[in-house]
Write a new protein. Structure first.
Ligand SMILES: [Mg+2]
Length: 312
């Protein structure tokens, strides 16, 4: 039985994009990535990286170094209990300076070659799959493979010569992989029929000659097919992870000790000013002045704490 997958761009989707990364020490997972991957695997998705690595063709990084970088990325994920099912990368680019890699390739996004190859290798149902990435070429590759698409837009600068945003529209736009996973799980719960099996897409072009290298995760486990679980159990697990994701993000975005203290001090400031007005009304002007001064000081403190919260 074929499984759905979530195809993932690498740079600026899973790890920080430092530009032609060529050192495993520079691998840094983006916040929440491990939680998103775990939730997707738990929901029955294979997770497959498809990444353009034109730095190989440009002579800026070797395939051996890319393999080391991917081992380090998988190690960091594994340390958090997450994993990837496979990693595909395309080392080719028509403007490359290394002769053997200096050519166009159908594996290179925006072409869908890597996704099609992965579908063949891992028995993936492309019509139930998703492509997540930060560039228009990621979205285009996903659309050409017949997948639904999510674009991560937060903080991504445009690349000269790349397709204009208005030409390539993803199904959803989000700020990070956590939000993308939440959408995928939500849509899965809403749309996927119980024990659904829609078969392989018809009419897809055959994969091109393999122009990518596949670097299996060092600790690949069989992807979670939820065998042995009832449909109700699967749905409950998915809902549990959706709530877990929501709590994680809400906690990250909303909770702040400085905001809490600011709120308390704000209340005290208002109380002090009310007392000042009351003392003024009872002709206790000396006390009114003291309470007013205290109120103003507390208000200033409250504003300071609110500023600290916003500046995090
Ligand atoms: Mg990227």
């Amino acid at each position: 039985m074929s499984q759905p997958a979530v195809f993932l761009d690498r740079d600026h989707t899973l790890i920080e994009d430092t530009g032609y990364l060529n050192d495993p020490a520079g691998v840094k997972l983006l916040p929440g990535v491990e939680l998103a991957l775990k939730s997707l695997a738990q929901a029955g998705y294979r997770t497959v990286v498809v990444t353009n690595q034109s730095g190989v063709a440009r002579g800026m990084v070797t395939e051996e170094m890319i393999a080391k970088i991917h081992v380090e990325m998988c190690r960091q994920l594994e340390a958090h209990g997450a994993k990837l099912d496979a990693i595909y990368y395309c080392p080719y680019h028509p403007d490359g300076t290394i002769e053997e890699y200096a050519r166009e390739s159908e594996m290179r996004k925006p072409w869908p070659g890597m996704l099609l190859q992965a579908a063949k290798d891992l028995d993936i149902n492309l019509l139930e799959s998703w492509m997540v990435g930060d560039r228009p070429r990621d979205v285009e590759a996903g659309q050409r493979a017949g997948c639904r698409t999510i674009r991560i837009r937060f903080g991504t600068a445009p690349i000269a010569g790349e397709a204009q945003d208005e030409d390539i529209q993803a199904d959803f736009t989000v700020r990070n992989l956590v939000e993308a996973a939440r959408i995928i799980l939500r849509e899965s719960v809403a749309l996927r029929p119980p024990h659904g099996e829609s078969g392989q897409p018809a009419g897809l072009p055959p994969p091109a000659v393999a122009a990518t290298s596949q670097t299996p995760s060092p600790a690949i486990q069989p992807s979670g097919d939820a065998d042995g679980l009832s449909d109700r159990q699967i749905r409950l697990e998915v809902l549990r992870y959706i709530r877990q994701l929501a709590r994680a993000e809400d906690h990250h975005e909303e909770f702040s000790l400085s905001k809490l203290i600011g709120g308390v001090v704000q209340v005290l400031a208002i109380l002090a000013l009310i007392i000042a007005l009351w003392r003024m009304a009872t002709d206790a002007l000396g006390q009114a002045q003291l309470w007013a001064t205290l109120g103003v000081a507390l208000q200033a403190m409250a504003l300071t704490f609110f500023t600290m919260h916003r500046g995090r």
